[in-house]
Design a protein around this ligand. Structure first.
Ligand SMILES: *Cc1c(COP(=O)(O)O)cnc(C)c1O
Length: 393
């Protein structure tokens, strides 16, 4: 047994595909500490710098004082406490949907929701670059799964025609993301909505990297494009820009009631700690406030600075994010070991930038994934870009 894994691990190592944990010894922020060294952190999804915000800390500690730590049971048994419901009401209000439902993670939201929406003989059409949680949810549903090339709506349209022809009367669910997690580009949402309406399909949109970043008060791409009503299932996570933890689905009241009855990751898992719900609620309140909107605009200043500086490097490092639509900047390196080497060099110079490799991205499409947050100084961004410029071939 042991030898089997040792061999497999060795094989991973030989292909530069092995992964290891690194210990962060301080709170999350624009700087972290690893092995006693301070590093400027360009690896986190804490886009608004809320993970260690006093407002969230206070909300969590007050909730611990009032409600304790564990939720003790699943939501449907006795695990639903006031903070869970307050959070769901606030999320629905902020998103402008009838209702909302929280899960213990975004991953759990996808895994529970998709099999609640479609089953065997239904059809799921998934963008090629969708997150693992969406792929896993789609597989678990048992529905017929077709993948369309990234953002290629012509291909999606032919899949829709095929589904209509070959599986008449069956439910068709299109799944995509607002902001793609490893590429940072956006889905053509308005055109997607046109298609889904024309073919009477359902549309599920994962806003994990869009909420807090895009749209008025960070309400996401559906809100920014004014198509919120047309997106049947709005998924997101409380673990990224919200600085807390958990996942959510926003949508019609009947959808949410259905998920309460059908989403297995919701039904058969203990409710998230009430303190986490309270912290997430503090984040929603912050985003909805003028101060939150200012923080988001500050993030965009940092995004624009990063984009400008990286585009100057375009000839040194391949294709920085052309789309400029998000806080995610992939520097495509290609070779896995080369990406690891560049990440290691940057780390030795004081920057934490993760090398992203297969199977998170395609083989030979390894990259550095730089994320910028509102909490970064301009000088930190400049220093990173200079370091990349010095080191790139
Ligand atoms: C991170 C992520 C998730 C999962 O959310 P968690 O709350 O971290 O489990 C789902 N979808 C996308 C696109 C993500 O990037």
């Amino acid at each position: 047994m042991q030898d089997l894994f040792a061999e497999e691990l060795q094989a991973l190592r030989a292909r530069s595909l092995d992964r290891h944990l690194r210990e962060i010894t301080v709170a999350q922020g624009p700087e972290v500490e690893i092995g006693g060294r301070r590093l400027v952190n360009f690896s986190s999804n804490d886009y608004l710098g809320l993970a260690n915000d006093p407002r969230l800390r206070k909300a969590a500690t007050s909730a611990i004082d009032e409600f304790g730590v564990g939720a003790a049971a699943s939501r449907l048994i006795s695990g639903t406490q006031s903070p869970h419901l307050r959070l769901e009401r606030a999320l629905a209000k902020w998103k402008g949907t009838e209702s909302a439902l929280c899960f213990s993670s975004g991953y759990a939201a996808a895994l529970g929701t998709i099999p609640g929406l479609v089953a065997k003989n239904d059809v799921v059409l998934l963008d090629k670059l969708c997150h693992a949680s969406l792929i896993d949810g789609a597989r678990l549903s048992g529905a017929i799964l077709r993948v369309f090339p990234h953002n290629q709506l012509g291909k999606l349209e032919s899949h829709l025609e095929w589904a209509q022809r070959e599986h008449p009367g069956k439910r068709v669910l299109i799944i995509t993301e607002s902001v793609f997690s490893m590429d940072g580009d956006l889905a053509p949402l308005r055109e997607l909505v046109e298609l889904k309406k024309r073919f009477r399909a359902l549309l599920m949109l994962d806003e994990a990297h869009a909420v807090g970043v895009i749209g008025p008060n960070g309400r996401g791409l559906a809100a920014a494009e004014n198509v919120s009503e047309e997106v049947d299932v709005q998924m997101g996570t409380l673990s990224k820009a919200f600085g807390a933890s958990g996942g959510y689905i926003c949508g019609a009241r009947t959808l949410i009631e259905w998920l309460i009855n059908r989403a297995r990751s919701f039904i058969y898992s203990t409710a998230p700690p009430p303190a986490i719900a309270a912290a997430a609620l503090a984040a929603v309140d912050f985003l909805a406030s003028p101060e939150g909107e200012q923080r988001r605009l500050l993030l965009w200043k940092k995004i624009n600075l990063m984009r400008e500086l990286l585009s100057l490097l375009a000839s040194h490092v391949s294709r920085p994010n052309e789309n400029a639509g998000s806080a995610i900047f992939p520097l495509i390196i290609g070779n896995e070991q080369a990406a690891l080497d560049l990440a290691a060099t940057l780390q030795s110079e004081g920057f934490l930038v993760p090398a992203i490799r297969y199977p998170t991205v395609a083989k030979g499409a390894a990259r550095l994934r730089i994320t910028v947050t509102a909490a970064h100084d301009d000088d930190q961004i400049r220093a990173l870009c200079q370091a990349i410029k010095r080191r790139s071939p």
